[in-house]
Design a protein around this ligand. Structure first.
Ligand code: BGC
Length: 364
């Protein structure tokens, strides 16, 4: 008889404990639920900002006749031509961009039958800074890339390049600038020397750590072909339509390539004495190989690209000395390169879509 109240008190205490445990469980659940709401909200905002970038970058082909090739903004006016290096924006500290950009779409339709106008291209790339500069606004780009284009009298090609490449490079989430290095005068063309000039001039403006060297008439057909640098020098234009979408030979390093600052300096930059068409890219390959580097490449599908068909330019005839020069790269590369480069800047124009640097590179 006397055990009954004792049993009741034990039952009472057990019930209290169970209720307390339930309350604790409910509070923990509520805390976790509220925190997961925060995370989901941030994720949705992030997704929306990516969608906005993609929408802004949708291609819109103009069907009307081509307009005169006059970049918006008078050269020299509107944008300061300062040689002073830019500082990083100290205010915003962003997270690093992901290794693979979520904005990429893969294969692209590339064609050159419809004309494009600089005005339209400028309008659909309103997020560029003067001189054709861009950096993602929601994350910190993994590389600072200067894109160097050797150039002379190819304005129609340049328009297609800008039309296709700006949206691609933005989807690739790069911090980049476009530098068109225009050879002044009518002397014989020197592609590799112009590339050296581009390297040097771009570094005067910003602390670039990667350099993409691109012909003006080559357009990638897949935005997964990232215009950045890799642990080995990169050859990007690996499947050109001109060569039946395959490499013409294993050592081919022409068209579009990229190199980090370290890789470029290791080979003393590019040769300055290849005047006219051909051989300079083979010389660059020899330089890389002689320093023990190998070539990194995307696969044949991702590396597909189209070349804008054209006649051979005047003053860019095949260089008959190229075979002899290529045979002696190892002996010449240490005295001919970025360490022996000399040129004169004639004009520097900061247009909306690109920086144009007109240079006197001399003659053979
Ligand atoms: C030339 C290179 C050129 C390649 C493909 C070679 O013979 O030396 O400069 O890129 O052919 O056209």
């Amino acid at each position: 008889m006397s055990t009954e109240p004792a049993n009741f008190s034990l039952l009472h205490r057990t019930c209290k404990l169970v209720v307390l445990l339930c309350l604790l469980h409910i509070s923990i659940t509520v805390v976790f639920y509220v925190r997961s709401l925060d995370i989901r909200l941030a994720f949705v905002q992030n997704q929306q900002s990516h969608v906005n970038v993609t929408e802004r970058n949708q291609f819109t082909f103009r069907t009307g006749p081509a307009e005169a090739v006059t970049p918006k903004g008078e050269p020299g006016k509107g944008h300061p031509q300062s040689g002073v290096q830019e500082a990083e924006d100290p205010v915003k500290k962003l997270d690093k961009c992901p290794e693979t950009s979520p904005l990429l779409v893969g294969p692209l339709r590339v064609e050159f039958t419809t004309s494009v106008s600089l005005e339209e291209i400028t309008k659909s790339n309103a997020n560029l800074r003067p001189g054709g500069r861009f950096k993602p606004k929601d994350c910190e780009a993994l590389q600072k890339v200067a894109i160097i284009i050797p150039f002379r009298k190819r304005d129609e090609h340049l328009k297609y390049w800008l039309y296709y490449l700006h949206p691609i490079l933005q989807r690739q989430q790069l911090d980049y600038g476009v530098y068109v290095i225009n050879q002044d005068g009518d002397e014989i063309f020197n592609r590799a020397k112009l590339l050296n000039v581009g390297y040097k001039e771009a570094l005067k403006e910003y602390d670039y750590n990667c350099f993409v060297f691109s012909d003006v008439d080559l357009i990638p057909m897949d935005d997964r072909n990232i215009y950045k640098c890799f642990s080995q020098p990169r050859h990007l234009s690996v499947s050109m339509d001109k060569f039946g979408f395959r490499l013409p030979y294993n050592q081919y390093f022409g068209g579009v390539s990229s190199m980090s600052k370290e890789q470029y300096l290791k080979i003393n930059g590019f040769p300055n004495n290849y005047w006219g068409w051909g051989g300079e890219d083979d010389d660059i390959y020899n330089r890389l190989a002689s320093k023990g580097m190998s070539i990194s490449r995307p696969n044949g599908e991702v590396g597909k690209c189209r070349m804008i068909r054209h006649e051979r330019d005047k003053q860019n005839e095949a260089n008959p000395q190229r075979f002899n020069r290529i045979a002696h790269t190892r002996e010449t590369m240490h005295k001919d390169g970025i360490n022996s480069l000399s040129y004169k800047v004639v004009k520097l124009d900061k247009f909306d879509l690109f920086t144009k640097i007109t240079v006197d590179v001399g003659k053979p």
